[in-house]
Design a protein around this ligand. Structure first.
Ligand SMILES: [Zn+2]
Length: 398
């Protein structure tokens, strides 16, 4: 190339050049052509000069291929030692941007290039860096294998890292077993595979590098440990809560005030459900249904129906108390019977149940329930006589 002229502007230097060869070889058939078709200017960015950005204005000849059978009828002169085909930057400028990009990153490299009067963008630098060939893997003795996300939750690949050199060896496009196995088989020198506990990595390591030891890597070890701890403490939530309250000297009411909103909402919802059930039980009973039928319709036990009918008002919100017991209402009578000399547990139980039934019956009569019973639901002779839930009010009054 010959130099024609140099233009110096405030921020730019433009160097005008033209190609000198009188012949050029066709890039397709390699036949040398000497017939010039045309001349085209080509603008190429170059490294900065004297604090100004530099551009090469290159006048390029276009040649006619002399080979009639060649499909490349016209071709341009090429300058592989300066600039590549179709490139808009000289090789030395591309190398400078790649070096800066590899050492820093796209944004920082852009700023550095700008300070050297080479205007460019982060995208351009990253694109140039991605054109660089990957360094050869060489010998890999200790490798870490894990998955990585193209798009989290949707598409995953596999990453393998040389743990001694601390660099990624290959990126595999998917996370199936076969590609990882194939890569591991190529490295017979491998003596350690560090992986997670997943099936894919385990199978890939077992089949692909059977000679290597396998170990769970520190990240997954910590992750699994944290998950196990979380699971354990979730199971011990009640004990922890009690211990915390004791150490803080809090009362039960104070602890209840600190109840999470979600749990409080759930409790309120359960209470509303109990109120609805209570109203329905009363309605069904007034319509004449038996306890068993109501229990079946509402989906609760007959005992719950009895308790609901005992209470005229809707049930209040349930206060959980570990000291309360279903035996509480009968405690005084039980103590009295015990002191009278009745120490037979079965007999005491029968008496307690009978007393409870009497209370329920009395409450129902006080409530003024006068149920209507359809003929098909009339009580049979075989029904239990001990329970009140199958007795008609007329029978109870007699
Ligand atoms: Zn040709």
């Amino acid at each position: 190339m010959d130099l024609d002229s140099i233009e110096v502007h405030e921020q730019t230097v433009i160097v005008h050049l033209h190609a000198t060869p009188l012949t050029a070889a066709c890039p397709r058939c390699a036949t040398a052509g000497s017939r010039v078709h045309s001349r085209d200017p080509r603008t190429i960015a170059d490294v900065a000069f004297g604090g100004r950005s530099r551009a090469l204005k290159l006048l390029v000849r276009k040649w006619i291929c002399p080979e009639a059978s060649c499909s490349q009828h016209i071709f341009a002169s090429r300058f592989p030692e300066v600039v590549q085909c179709y490139a808009r930057m000289t090789d030395r400028l591309i190398k400078a941007l790649q070096s800066t990009g590899v050492i820093t990153n796209g944004a920082d490299a852009t700023q550095i290039a700008s300070s050297f009067s080479v205007p460019t963008t982060a995208k351009t630098i990253i694109r140039r860096v991605l054109h660089l060939p990957l360094p050869s893997e060489g010998s890999v003795q200790k490798v870490g294998i894990d998955e990585w996300a193209w798009k989290k939750g949707q598409h995953y690949g596999t990453i393998l890292v040389d743990r001694e050199k601390r660099r990624v060896v290959p990126w595999l496009a998917d996370r199936s077993v076969e590609p990882s196995q194939a890569w591991l088989r190529k490295h017979a020198e491998m003596d350690l595979v560090s992986r997670d506990r997943g099936k894919i990595c385990r199978e890939a390591a077992t089949e692909g590098a059977p000679q290597a030891k396998q170990a769970v890597d520190r990240f997954h070890l910590q992750k699994n440990f944290a998950e196990a701890l979380e699971q354990f403490f979730r199971k011990q939530e009640r004990a922890l809560k009690t211990a915390t309250q004791r150490s803080a000297g809090k009362t039960r009411s104070a602890a209840r005030m600190e109840m999470p909103e979600k749990i409080a909402q759930e409790r309120r919802a359960r209470h509303r459900q109990r109120v609805r059930s209570h109203k329905r039980i009363g309605k069904l009973y007034r319509e004449g249904y038996y306890t068993e039928q109501i229990a079946q319709l509402v989906g609760v036990s007959s005992r719950s129906i009895d308790r609901a009918l005992e209470q005229q008002a809707a049930p209040p919100p349930r206060r959980r108390s570990r000291t309360s017991s279903i035996v509480d209402p009968s405690l005084s009578s039980l103590a009295s019977r015990w002191n009278q000399g009745c120490h037979n547990a079965a007999q005491l139980y029968e008496e307690m149940v009978a007393a409870s039934d009497r209370r329920a019956r009395g409450a129902r009569l006080r409530c003024g329930f006068t149920p209507f019973v359809p003929q098909e639901y009339a009580p049979s002779r075989n029904r239990r006589s001990s329970g009140t839930n199958l007795l008609r009010p007329e029978a109870l009054r007699s």
